[in-house]
Design a protein around this ligand. Structure first.
Ligand code: MN
Ligand code: MN
Length: 299
């Protein structure tokens, strides 16, 4: 496998994720009509939004993802307690935004030290799926570890079959792309997801992008397969509004893994929070290294 291509795609996924978050946060919870009236097509990272962000600032989506990455890198592998500790420290830092289900799960860990939340009908939000990229990057060659780490990661706060299925499917897409695959690989994974959980069908997309994992994933897949660049994929996705930062982040992750970091518009890279870029550039090679160690062990 061509390592420079792999690095470019892994970096593209992570940077695309943070950019989609920063761009989408401006229009989070707005309707397409409100966005069009205020921005035309919203395509510049200007901050603002209901969180009153600075231009380039990211939100909980990217912050929690970086927590997962840090925990994996510091443990040199999987340690779900380290992930929960990372989330707890992050919550104590009083972040600008925290999802309700995430907050509940982190509080449970702080209170009783348990690392998994029981199965809950109300847990089908997108909060676990949004932060799984480091797990995908650290288990590229080990599908058993990918599945186990992913489910444990998800269940720290969210325990729902729809969240689990989507997180596994999206993670497998990223892995196939980073390893040199293309859009057709994602088609296969999307088909398998829909066969297992028909709720995720997106062929008659209804324009609804809520924090419900089904709505988020349908939005992301609809625009991912409709567009042919990081720029178009992120812009089309965030202009639907609703949970625009999370959908934008996942759209940026998939398109970034498809078209590579080199294809990300320079104006976006210049504007996005410099500390976040530095953290991502540190995490990507470290996570890929853990991936290689794993395949060496299991080979
Ligand atoms: Mn967010
Ligand atoms: Mn969101």
């Amino acid at each position: 496998m061509n390592t420079s291509l792999m690095n470019d795609r892994a970096l593209g996924a992570y940077l695309g994720f943070a950019i989609g978050d920063a761009l989408g946060a401006t229009v989070e919870f707005m309707t397409p009509g409100e966005i069009a009236a205020k921005y035309g097509s919203h395509c510049r990272i200007v901050g603002g939004g209901w969180l009153k962000l600075k231009a380039g600032e990211v939100t909980d989506d990217t912050e929690m993802t970086l927590c997962v990455g840090d925990a994996i890198i510091n443990a040199g592998g999987w340690d779900v307690h380290a992930v929960c500790e990372g989330f707890s420290q992050w919550l104590r830092s009083v972040p600008a935004d925290v999802g309700n289900t995430c907050r509940r799960g982190i509080r449970r860990y702080i209170h009783d030290g348990t690392v998994a939340t029981p199965l809950n009908e109300g847990d089908a939000g997108n909060g676990a799926c949004m932060r799984n990229l480091p797990v995908a990057l650290a288990t590229l060659n080990d599908p058993v570890a990918f599945r186990q780490w992913t489910l444990e990661q998800c269940h720290t706060t969210h325990n729902h079959p729809l969240s689990d299925a989507a997180t596994l499917a999206i993670g497998r897409m990223v892995q196939r792309l980073v390893k040199g695959g293309g859009v057709s690989d994602c088609r296969e994974e999307a088909q398998a997801l829909i066969e297992a959980q028909p709720n995720f069908r997106f062929d008659r997309y209804n324009g609804l992008c809520t924090p419900f994992i089904v709505d988020t994933i349908r939005t992301v897949l609809h625009f991912y397969f409709l567009t042919d660049s990081v720029r178009s994929c992120i812009i089309e996705t965030v202009n639907v509004g609703g949970d625009a930062d999370t959908a934008g982040a996942l759209a940026g992750m998939l398109s970034g893994a498809t078209y590579g970091a080199k294809s990300i518009p320079a104006s976006w890279l210049r504007t996005i929070d410099k500390r976040v870029v530095a953290d991502i550039k540190e995490q990507v090679p470290a996570l890929l290294k853990i991936s290689n160690m794993h395949s060496a062990q299991s080979a």
